[in-house]
Design a protein around this ligand. Structure first.
Ligand SMILES: [Zn+2]
Length: 408
């Protein structure tokens, strides 16, 4: 007796809605003291005190907001120095400035120059705001002066509540001292609690300064374990103008390190994802990439092609339904997913970068299951969505789509 096999497979293009996109520029470690021998009337020298050039660059990028990552004004963050060196360089960005304080700000007691110069924009040292569908959090990493940074400190408790009140949004947090750095200051465990709270709250990106270089890390947890789907992606952007310093000891998960140019981080932010570029003082792009936000269902997604594509699936069986979860085995381009038991893999999914071959990312998938499911792939860069429906008790024809997603 033969049984008719019902086979249904459909791939549907769906273009995400046109969403507002905002541009944010970030840097720290910026303006020399007017008394510095390299200050040179604000123009600096070729290697030092380039705050005028980096602020020219920041203005040319026409940002919607500018995130200041601390040590904005050397040497002591005095109000008079702010009013001279910072005001005539980055200060020209005016109301777009969203500051965080560095250790040099606190070399003036209570960071009085910083708080006087920025006024309401500095709040009481930490604050948050929303822009372009993103949630931004500015923290004060000068722990002793900020009442502590550890779990249960006033600032950490505020952070936890603030994130809970903005659950589900793409979130970027920034402060001066990096948790992870290959630069002079190295990794700093003082910021483990910030990191844990941010990760638990579903945040996506962390920006820091303090080390005078540019560094990008792969998504990781508070202790430096790579977590492609749920970790925070950290950037160190201490290239605001003061000086550059070489890397010392390479930290785990460090994927890009630049030390030859001053410059700024340019972020293009949209609902569901972001692009980053490190733009040098010369106007060249020295690093770049894209990623989707983690989203509240991050644990149920497989992130492929350097985090650009979010793969998820829902299954239906015996009147029940659930979300597939990523298995323990994954590479940059391929991973498995399970439905009921982490030892029982049901799906193999691959996203292959075929940009050099035919201008597309290729989507391949196969199933070892008789359970019905819906597989969804989302391009975090374009917002494009690809969906495949598989009926229960059917044999899935392997998906081999070499034109699944245009590269740009
Ligand atoms: Zn610093």
């Amino acid at each position: 007796m033969s049984r008719a096999i019902v086979f249904a497979i459909a791939a549907i293009w769906a273009f995400g809605p046109a969403v507002a996109q905002v541009t944010v520029v970030a840097a720290g470690d910026i303006a020399c003291d007017p008394g510095d021998s390299a200050y040179n009337g604000g123009s600096g020298t070729p290697a030092l005190c380039r705050q005028r050039a980096t602020s020219d660059l920041a203005m040319a990028l026409a940002p919607d907001a500018v995130l200041l990552l601390g040590d904005n004004q050397y040497d002591f963050g005095a109000l008079s120095a702010y009013q001279t060196a910072f005001a005539t360089s980055w200060g020209r960005l005016g109301a777009k400035l969203r500051p965080a304080p560095g250790n040099h700000e606190y070399l003036t007691a209570g960071a009085a120059g910083y708080f006087a110069y920025f006024g309401a924009a500095a709040a009481n040292g930490h604050y948050s705001f929303d822009l372009g569908g993103w949630h931004f959090v500015s923290l004060d990493s000068n722990c002793a002066q900020a009442g502590g940074c550890s779990k249960g400190s006033p600032q950490e408790k505020w952070l936890r509540q603030d994130l809970a009140a903005h659950a589900g949004m793409c979130t970027l947090a920034y402060w001066h001292h990096p948790r992870f750095s290959s630069g002079l200051h190295g990794d700093d465990a003082a910021y483990v609690s910030f990191w844990q709270t941010l990760q638990e709250g579903g945040a996506d990106v962390v920006l820091n300064g303090h080390d005078h270089d540019y560094e990008r890390f792969a998504p990781q947890d508070a202790f430096g374990t790579a977590e492609p789907a749920r970790g925070l992606r950290e950037f160190v952007v201490g290239t605001g103008g003061r000086e550059l310093r070489p890397f010392v000891q390479i930290s785990a998960n460090s994927v890009r390190r630049l030390v030859n140019d001053f410059g700024v981080l340019r972020l293009r932010l949209r609902a569901g994802g972001y692009d980053w570029q490190f733009v040098t003082e010369k106007g060249t792009v020295a690093d770049g990439g894209s990623a989707p936000c983690q989203g509240p269902e991050g644990e149920t997604a497989l992130m492929l092609a350097d985090g650009r594509f979010r793969i998820s699936a829902t299954w239906r069986h015996d009147g029940l339904a659930g979300s597939a979860r990523p298995g323990p085995e994954a590479t940059a381009s391929a991973g498995v997913m399970w439905f009921f038991d982490s030892s029982n893999w049901e799906l193999l999914v691959k996203v292959i970068d075929g940009c050099a071959l035919n201008g597309h990312y290729w989507l391949f998938a196969s199933a070892t299951t008789n359970v019905g499911f819906t597989l969804e792939a989302v391009d975090g860069q374009s917002g494009r969505e690809y969906r495949l429906e598989q009926a229960p008790d059917a044999v899935m024809k392997p998906l081999q789509d070499t034109s699944a997603f245009p590269c740009d």
